[in-house]
Design a protein around this ligand. Sequence first.
Ligand SMILES: Cc1cc2nc3c(=O)[nH]c(=O)nc-3n(C[C@H](O)[C@H](O)[C@H](O)COP(=O)(O)O)c2cc1C
Length: 391
Amino acid sequence: MLRYFTTGESHGEALVAVLSGLPAGLKVDQAFLDRELWRRQQGYGRGGRMKIERDTAHILSGVRHGITIGSPISILLENRDWKNWQESLPVGEGDPSKHKAVKSPRPGHADLAGALKYNFPEARYVLERASARESAARVAIGAVAKVFLGELGIGVLSHVISVGNAALGDVEVPWDRIRPLAEREEILLSCADPGIEQRMKEEVDKALRTGDSVGGVFEVVAHGVPPGLGTYAQWDERLDALLAGAVMSLQAVKAVEIGVGVSAAASPGSAVHDEIAYDAAGGYTGFSRRGNHAGGIEGGISNGEEIRVRGYLKPISTLRRPLQSVDFATREPVKAAYERSDVCVVPAAGVAAEAMVALTLARCALEKFGGDSMGETLRNFKGYCEQIKNY
Ligand SMILES: Cc1cc2nc3c(=O)[nH]c(=O)nc-3n(C[C@H](O)[C@H](O)[C@H](O)COP(=O)(O)O)c2cc1C
């Protein structure tokens, strides 16, 4: 079973991610891992931290001579900012006068709920773990999952649908227009339409000008997924449920949509369901669809079409023009705390969501095909492909 978790605080020494359950014999491409980490750090509207951090994946275990060995993989990401925080956030007791307390909780952040839950007098420790810095660790192991999926011919990428009020219309952006976005050397807002991307930039500029923040929508697309991942047999094995949970678990994602899930609720069935056709030459099975409103999943199972999952991001909660709050100590009304912050993170959240989708699909693929070595997994996968081709 593929399992994973992360550790680390935003301004601590490092993040660590552990990924357990991958077969042995998968070639791990260090440059690809670092490129994925770089992609998560990009996008117009990121805060100052992105200028000092340049993440690299330091693989500690589970990979030897460039290939996985079936043992748990652990990856360390150094926090370069740690040097500025060693005295204020030490592991040992340290000097309490050096602590940097977060004295008034930010509406929309974990500050108040976390301080109440863990019984902290202020929100420093809450922010340290709730922060989306953690998503970098997910991107590192997500990149390994992508390498695994690549061996099965599956690609996972994202693009941005909207930032604030600037949005792509109701169009399905094809894979061939999404792929080049990930190859760009300068990432603005990762939108496939350059005109709309400029309008998205204006939305970020407006937020920057007014001390505000802005959210938006990204879409993750998984290309080349065979039919048969996930199942309706049990509620917690449904692929749609697993993907929704995985994407929703990302910081600031407040809604998840599969295919045209939201507008489908107000449309007649005849306009929503994807009619079935057959052409023996095409795809994994020859069965095809006239559209992909279902986003590649029916009955909790991948149906052989592209999987399309959208994440809806609320605007960032740390505002340069802070909202009203209360001082933890005095209970007097004050402005919410401000700490260097991003203003727009929609493209970066898309990259983190790619990692979550890749980890989820890798888990389902391993549940379906099994295998302790890549040879065994690929043999099982090819056998299944033959079976559905000859169905
Ligand atoms: C890539 C990424 C970067 C983020 N950067 C910030 C940030 O700089 N400042 C901030 O207040 N929130 C940021 N967030 C959002 C917060 O982490 C998130 O809103 C907070 O942890 C509360 O969790 P919730 O929004 O899921 O309820 C970011 C989210 C993502 C996905």
